[in-house]
Design a protein around this ligand. Structure first.
Ligand code: COA
Length: 184
């Protein structure tokens, strides 16, 4: 798997050593309220099972990368980004991102990682459309999507159930032409 380079972040292949971080992040309430819900406790074994194919580079459904930043000569792994393999006919892909280390949120890293992945999807893999969803309450993720130029396409009413409550889900999309028009 190639390493993808953003302006502030690099996206590298996932390894077995990343499981400890992933296990911590997937039990962090600040993340889980926007992901599977804070009532979901993820055991280490469950996390291992969820990411095993990515670590072995044998996942046919999605590609996952760890997000790294270099700061003061130190490389730190701060998050994870994943996108589905291109749907063969429509060439679309769904993308998700998380910045697991709290002190690295709201500093542009999640948006930069999304941009690096979009560049790969549109320019290397020739995607036609990339879409990104989040709970309607996740204002930060929506702000990040808007900064990149994703178009807010609509709201799926009560599309998900999180922590026992139905929640609206916002859909953002970007088409290949829209990405190419943005320029480098
Ligand atoms: C969502 C996430 C990926 C965004 O990455 P990030 O690096 O934090 O995002 P950025 O710093 O590029 O942009 C966030 C923007 O939201 C703004 N913001 C943060 N909280 C906000 C709030 N409550 N209301 C409005 N804006 C908010 C920030 O100020 C920033 O805008 P700015 O650059 O104009 O100042 C990251 O915060 C994260 O992983 N959060 C927890 C898990 C999650 O929500 N994942 C997404 C599930 S779809």
């Amino acid at each position: 798997m190639p390493t993808l380079r953003g302006q502030q972040t690099s996206l590298r292949a996932m390894t077995r050593d990343d499981l400890t971080l992933l296990h911590r992040w997937l039990n962090d309430p600040d993340i889980m309220q926007w992901w599977d819900g804070r009532d979901h406790k993820a055991s280490f074994d469950r996390v291992e099972a969820r990411f095993r194919r990515s670590i072995e580079n044998s996942d046919r459904e999605s590609q996952r990368f760890m997000i790294e930043v270099d700061k003061d000569g130190v490389t730190r792994t701060i998050g994870m980004i994943q996108f589905s393999r291109l749907q063969p006919r429509a060439k679309n892909s769904q993308i998700d991102v998380l910045i697991g280390e709290p002190e690295y949120r709201d500093a542009g890293y999640g948006t930069d990682a999304l941009r690096a992945a979009l560049k790969h999807l549109f320019e290397d893999l020739k995607a036609h459309r990339v879409w990104h969803t989040m709970q309607a309450g996740n204002v930060r993720a929506q702000k990040s999507a808007e900064k990149i130029g994703f178009v807010r396409e609509g709201v799926l009413r009560e599309h998900d159930q999180v922590e026992g409550k139905y929640v609206d889900v916002v859909v953002f999309g970007m088409l290949r032409d829209e990405w190419l028009k943005q320029g480098p």
